[in-house]
Design a protein around this ligand. Structure first.
Ligand code: 9UX
Length: 72
C-alpha cells in the first residue's frame, strides 16, 4: 500500500513552479500522486515505500531549484 509524505517546499512563486514541482515528484519511480499547494507551500506525496525513499523525493525537488523538507 502507499505511504503519504508531506513536504514543506521553499522557493515557489508562481503556478508554473507548482507544476514543475508536481512533475518532478511524479517522475520519481514509485510515486503515485503529488499535489502541491502554492499558498501553504506544501506538497502531499503518495508513494510506494518499497520503490521510493523519502530522500529521493526531497532530492527531486532540490534538483529543480526548490528546497524541500519532510514534515513529521
Ligand atoms: Mo514561475 Mo517558478 O515564472 O521557478 S516557474 S517563478
Amino acid at each position: 500500500s502507499f505511504s503519504e509524505l508531506e513536504l514543506a517546499i521553499e522557493g515557489m512563486t508562481c503556478a508554473s513552479c507548482v507544476k514543475r514541482v508536481e512533475k518532478a515528484l511524479t517522475n520519481v519511480p514509485g510515486v503515485a500522486q503529488a499535489q502541491v499547494n502554492l499558498a501553504t507551500e506544501r506538497a502531499l506525496v503518495s508513494f510506494d515505500p518499497a520503490a521510493a525513499e523519502p530522500q529521493a523525493l526531497v532530492a527531486a525537488v532540490g534538483k529543480m531549484g526548490y528546497e524541500a523538507r519532510p514534515i513529521a
